[in-house]
Design a protein around this ligand. Structure first.
Ligand code: ADP
Ligand code: ASP
Ligand code: MG
Length: 235
């Protein structure tokens, strides 16, 4: 497959916060597909869905079993992937949604903080509609026991980058709610300046110190494979 006919793009929760947002994202994607480009779209859960699910858990138990916790948390991304697929099909775009398990994203056993071990790229390519969109639920995979796992908070970035790498792409586009990476969190420090170029080491340090802008493991993966990250762009 030629790299210019395939792109991997990730949309975060704030870009998919409401059904109106989802329709807007579907419009953006349909523009890309019109020239024959196929898009693997990795999605996060809508808005604060994951926080809301965690709140529901807290009202039931202080010690949720990991297996059920991940089964629950993974549903947020499944909702947004199915809705985005419907929004695209409504516009006449060939689209299909897959859970992490359906996309062959195999992880370590550990619930809540699993690591991606392997991705069944053939499966992704087989299901990818030419000139259309394959929407994959981020933040999740499946372990050896066929149980759903999640990758740690913010883990959809890692799903997207791992998928881009497994498809042999050198680029992964991350769409979020800020216009790029800033010298500090622009929501807290209003004078923070936008950075036009950042080294892998600098972004790794930033994300490891807790800046949410990219999941630390996604930066580690991009670093070892020299994947170029289009700095987070406002969706
Ligand atoms: P998404 O849902 O798209 O993954 P996140 O909320 O996980 O979005 O990450 C984006 C947020 O990261 C921004 O809204 C911003 O508040 C925060 N952030 C923290 N540090 C930075 C930084 N240095 N540059 C840009 N955004 C930052
Ligand atoms: N929905 C998950 C979270 O809120 C994963 C992600 O957004 O990347 O942590
Ligand atoms: Mg995030």
């Amino acid at each position: 497959m030629q790299s210019n006919s395939l792109v991997v793009r990730k949309y975060g929760g704030s870009s998919l916060a409401t059904t109106d947002h989802i329709v807007r994202v579907a419009n953006q994607l349909s523009e890309i597909c019109r020239d024959g480009t196929s898009v693997v779209v990795v999605v996060s859960a809508m808005g604060d869905t994951t926080d809301e699910l965690i709140e529901m858990v807290s009202s039931i138990t202080e010690r949720p079993p990991g297996r059920e916790y991940d089964a629950l948390l993974s549903t947020g991304e499944i909702i947004s992937s199915a809705l985005l697929s419907m929004a695209l099909q409504e516009k006449g775009i060939n689209a299909l949604s897959l859970t992490g398990a359906q996309a062959g994203i195999k992880t370590t056993a550990m619930f809540r903080d699993a690591r991606i071990e392997n991705i069944d790229t053939d499966r992704i390519i087989d299901r990818l509609p030419k000139g259309g969109c394959l929407i994959i639920a981020g933040f999740q995979g499946i372990n050896e026991d066929q149980d759903t796992t999640t990758l740690g908070r913010g883990g959809s970035d890692t799903s997207a980058i791992a998928i881009a790498i497994s498809l042999g792409l050198k680029e992964c586009e991350i769409y979020t709610d800020v216009e790029g990476i800033y010298t500090a969190d622009p929501r807290i420090i209003t004078k923070a300046k936008k950075i036009s170029f950042i080294t892998y080491e600098e972004i790794l340090e930033m994300s490891s110190l807790g800046s949410k802008v990219l999941h630390p493991r996604s930066v580690e993966l991009a670093t070892v494979s020299y994947t170029h990250l289009t700095l987070p762009t406002k969706a």
